[in-house]
Design a protein around this ligand. Structure first.
Ligand SMILES: *[C@@H]1O[C@H](CO)[C@@H](O)[C@H](O)[C@H]1NC(C)=O
Ligand SMILES: *[C@@H]1O[C@H](CO)[C@@H](O)[C@H](O)[C@H]1NC(C)=O
Ligand SMILES: *[C@@H]1O[C@H](CO)[C@@H](O)[C@H](O)[C@H]1NC(C)=O
Ligand SMILES: *[C@@H]1O[C@H](CO)[C@@H](O)[C@H](O)[C@H]1NC(C)=O
Length: 207
């Protein structure tokens, strides 16, 4: 009994010794932003059309033939349109993706994706993902900073399938918690997304 109280107190002291998360900009110490899950996707690709060594490295062109996206707020299919014009650094042999392709959501929105990013030592690629859409419901995607992790899951002689999981940068939030309750704030700090809807200048909000 005494031992567990002591153990609890030492954990409490440890918690107090560390800076509570303030959300970026709010405190003395830098705090890592959170990540809000956007979707899991599968992209089906064809074999590369060519490799050619140019001024920026060995450029390829890999057709993106289709695939799907499943997330809490976005579901749809990749169109048979677009490619990865990735480049291999001739000094390291490291491949970096450079894609443009299109997502058609289940409710009819067209979303244009541009992704880029290098292979990691694991063989997965880490991606920057930029979304562009004029659809009002998904307009918030224009304003998120998104990252992805790409992992090859299957291949045969003519196609290969990539799994790309995507998140966007979000912030910590401790709304409603009293100042000074540091341990409580450590335990209950949660991530919230930033842009997840759009209010246009005429005052109309689309969520
Ligand atoms: C998405 O595509 C993958 C790979 O082709 C497939 O295994 C999966 O069943 C598909 N999911 C949906 C929801 O269509
Ligand atoms: C390769 O896989 C794709 C996607 O699963 C399939 O449509 C195609 O028929 C397969 N091709 C061969 C040669 O097995
Ligand atoms: C959008 O973000 C706000 C906080 O910024 C949160 O309260 C709300 O639940 C979020 N809505 C969705 C649909 O994620
Ligand atoms: C408000 O602006 C949005 C975005 O430009 C537009 O789609 C919508 O129709 C406008 N609503 C009204 C009531 O004017």
């Amino acid at each position: 009994m005494r031992f567990s109280v002591l153990t609890f107190l030492s954990f409490a002291a440890l918690g107090l010794a560390q800076s509570p998360p303030h959300g970026y900009g709010g405190g003395d110490e830098p705090v890592a932003p959170g990540l809000t899950f956007l979707y899991r996707s599968y992209a089906v690709c064809g074999n590369g059309l060519y490799n050619t060594e140019g001024p920026r490295g060995i450029r390829t062109a890999i057709p993106i033939l289709g695939g799907n996206v499943t997330g809490p707020r976005i579901k749809g299919q990749f169109r048979d349109l677009g490619a990865d014009w990735g480049v291999t650094d001739v000094q390291t042999g490291i491949f970096s993706a450079d894609t443009r392709y299109n997502l058609l959501t289940d409710d009819g929105a067209n979303i244009f994706l541009q992704t880029s990013g290098p292979a990691q030592p694991s063989g997965d690629l880490h991606l920057r993902i930029v979304f562009e859409t004029g659809d009002k419901k998904y307009y918030w995607l224009n304003n998120v900073i998104a990252v992805g992790v790409l992992h090859e899951v299957a291949s045969n002689a003519t196609t290969f399938t990539l799994r790309i999981d995507a998140w966007h940068v979000s912030r910590h939030e401790q709304a409603g918690l009293p100042d000074g309750a540091l341990l409580t704030r450590c335990l209950f700090a949660k991530m919230t997304s930033e842009w997840n809807s759009t209010t246009f200048i005429n005052g109309t909000t689309y969520a």
